[in-house]
Design a protein around this ligand. Structure first.
Ligand SMILES: [Zn+2]
Ligand SMILES: [Zn+2]
Length: 475
């Protein structure tokens, strides 16, 4: 079955899967191609190879439209201009017309908040390459280092400067879209690194021009439903993939309803919240879900190999102080989201506000297969072979996650029993992470059981048990 061809009959609306936040090989992470400019030919070849590998995986994923990532980075822009063809206004394709792209980048704005500097990652969608170049001209005016950094820093002293610069970029074209990225992570607007409680507190007046935010791996519409300010914003989900790997690309994505495929139609669908559903990575797996301290923290003597603590919001010790090392805990997404909710005057509890964005919870299929086989290497040939077998049944991974548990079970009849069981359990929601994600550590998938993330109160510190009991009775 060919899930990727989008057939538009005039006047009928269509559903399209989009992943609007990705990165090129220039953005750092797994491969920083920009580091060896002397090797121009070799670099060009590896850029192309990487791109082709990514596109091959995109087809398996069943996502139709991808953000290019880093679109204003000169070397990458040159590649995109040379290799991609514009099919519709602002929509591009490579070789055949199966996967579509639009120009996208991520900028890091910084502003002083008290004594500290707050960094906020923000996605920008752009209508064409001319605008990318104009944005670079603005960067030159602002002394932004964009020549070496594909994801540049826009260092601003104040919120007013952030606002001015966001406005200046948006003023380049009425269809540029600014979308605060992964809003609950430490590098997101609501994240814990420097705590602020509204979009305006960071973006100033330009906050009024924000129509959508990205849920990120560490939150979903259920959790973001606690924040009143987001009630009338569009919630988008994207992968933020830095490498062409099955467990990274399209690990989150969004289904949009559109009437035609061109850049403006995509932006209008975002602005008028034509989200059919988002596909969400379980927030509990995200690296900053609960508040706590992991074992063996960097500074010597703080935590030994077996010492850690982890708290749901109602159990967080007073002053956010770690009962083991007496330092400030790493504040988790769940605690932050309640803090913001209260700061915005709400008394909502989880589940009180049902977001208008329905969503599907999923775990990247390759991770489910690895868990089913009890192996851990994503590149495992065996796991990848099974991945392709399962995808062949459904047409794409997106189709698997879109179908019901019952239908999936029927269709998976010929598949290895342990893999079939693992997939069906995930589809039924019968899974958890042990431990849950906290203090920079990803949660570890456990299939066949569930847990209540609102009821975690763990302190593992056998050697000073008495001291902790005393600490807790005082707080
Ligand atoms: Zn980011
Ligand atoms: Zn500690």
């Amino acid at each position: 079955m060919d899930s990727l061809k989008i057939d538009f009959t005039l006047g009928t609306s269509m559903e399209i899967n989009v992943d609007l936040h990705a990165h090129s090989g220039y953005a750092g992470g797994t491969m920083s191609l920009a580091k060896s400019p002397e090797n121009v030919e070799k670099n060009a070849l590896s850029v192309k190879k990487r791109f082709e590998k990514a596109e091959e995986l995109m087809k398996l994923k069943g996502v139709h439209l991808f953000g290019t990532g880093d679109c204003q980075f000169l070397e990458w822009q040159n590649f995109l201009e040379k290799e991609l063809t514009e099919s519709e206004d602002g929509i591009y394709y490579y070789n055949n017309n199966e996967i579509q792209y639009l120009l996208q980048t991520e900028l890091i704005f910084t502003a002083k908040k008290g004594k500290r500097s707050k960094q906020v990652h923000t996605i920008f969608l752009l209508p064409n390459h001319t605008i990318s170049s104009e944005m670079r001209d603005l960067f030159d005016k602002w002394n932004v280092n964009h020549e070496k950094m594909a994801r540049p820093f826009l260092v601003c002293e104040t919120v007013e400067t952030v606002s001015e610069r966001v406005n200046a970029i948006l003023d380049l074209d009425p269809y540029i879209e600014a979308i605060p990225a992964h809003v609950m992570t430490p590098q997101g607007v609501f994240g814990s690194s420097v705590r602020i409680n509204s979009l305006k507190e960071f973006f100033g007046d330009s906050a009024e021009r924000i129509h959508a935010v990205e849920t990120g791996l560490s939150a979903d519409p259920y959790i973001l439903g606690l924040i009143p300010e987001l009630d009338n914003k569009t919630l988008l989900s994207n992968s933020d993939a830095h490498s062409p790997a099955l467990n990274r690309m399209a690990r989150e994505f969004t289904t949009l309803k559109i009437n035609r495929i061109n850049y403006k139609a995509i932006i209008e669908a975002i602005r008028s919240n034509k989200v059919v559903r988002t596909f969400e990575f379980p927030p509990q797996e995200g690296r900053y879900f609960l508040t706590g301290h992991r074992p063996s923290r960097k500074k010597p003597g703080l935590h030994e190999d077996d010492e850690y603590c982890m708290f749901s919001p109602k159990y967080v010790p007073k002053g956010d102080i770690c009962p083991i090392c007496n330092k400030e805990l790493t504040i988790g997404v769940l605690q932050r989201v309640f803090e913001i909710s209260r700061a915005q005057g709400s008394e909502r509890e989880l589940g009180d506000f049902v977001s208008s964005s329905p969503f599907v919870q999923m775990v990247p299929l390759i991770e489910v297969i690895l868990a089913g086989l009890n192996i851990s290497t994503v590149s495992s040939k065996r796991a990848n072979k099974i991945y392709r077998e399962v995808v062949a049944i459904f047409g794409s991974e997106a189709n698997l996650w879109s179908t019901t548990a019952q239908k999936a079970e029927e269709q998976l009849d010929g598949v290895k029993p342990e893999i079939k069981e693992a997939i069906v359990e995930i589809k039924k929601g019968n899974f958890t992470f042990k431990p849950l994600g906290y203090d920079g550590t990803y949660g570890s998938l456990t299939i066949g059981e569930t847990s209540d993330f609102m009821d975690i109160n763990l302190i593992n510190h056998t050697s000073k048990k008495g001291a902790i009991d005393q600490f807790l009775s005082e707080t």
